[in-house]
Design a protein around this ligand. Structure first.
Ligand code: CA2
Length: 144
């Protein structure tokens, strides 16, 4: 089972600022957690981070026929990108949306998610642990 984890803009800056919102863990810690989860769950996990909307759209398109599931944290593009929503719909790969923070408890503009409209599940406010939950959920979902 092959899962693609996509991270959007600024997520590579994790741990550098705003620890009250995003926690103290770094992006390197997230990559380590993904590796550990992949080993434990017996699934293949590939991670890609980009600050560019089009690169994320390209990555989703390139996943077609190669990956069984997608975990996506589109960062700020969550709240703006119809292009990412359309790409997820186009490839029709089961996707889980992850947000480290509880977006529902923040500014009103963070309460709209375009990408989430094409996802089978959204996990928010669980910190980096949300990525682990998303991979385990997809493993189970894809088996059914
Ligand atoms: O909670 C999440 O995971 C978000 O997707 C994170 C995005 C934010 O725009 C979304 O509304 C919710 C931000 C990515 C990280 O931004 C940083 C900002 C300052 C320091 C480090 C990272």
């Amino acid at each position: 089972m092959k899962i693609l984890v996509l991270n959007g803009p600024n997520l590579n800056m994790l741990g550098i600022r705003e620890p009250k919102i995003y926690g103290k863990n770094s992006f390197a810690d997230l990559l380590a957690l993904l590796d550990q989860t992949a080993r434990e769950a017996g699934v293949e996990v590939t991670q890609y981070q980009s600050n560019h909307e089009g690169s994320l759209v390209d990555a989703i398109q390139e996943a077609y026929g190669k990956y069984d599931g997608i975990v996506i944290n589109p960062g700020a593009y969550t709240h703006t990108s119809v292009a990412i929503l359309d790409a997820l719909k186009a490839v029709s790969i089961p996707a889980v949306e992850v947000h480290i923070s509880d977006v529902d408890a923040r500014e009103p503009f963070r309460q709209i998610s375009y990408a989430g409209m094409a996802c089978v599940k959204t996990i928010k406010g669980q910190g980096l642990e949300g990525y682990r939950q998303a991979i385990l959920f997809l493993k189970d979902y894809l088996k059914k």
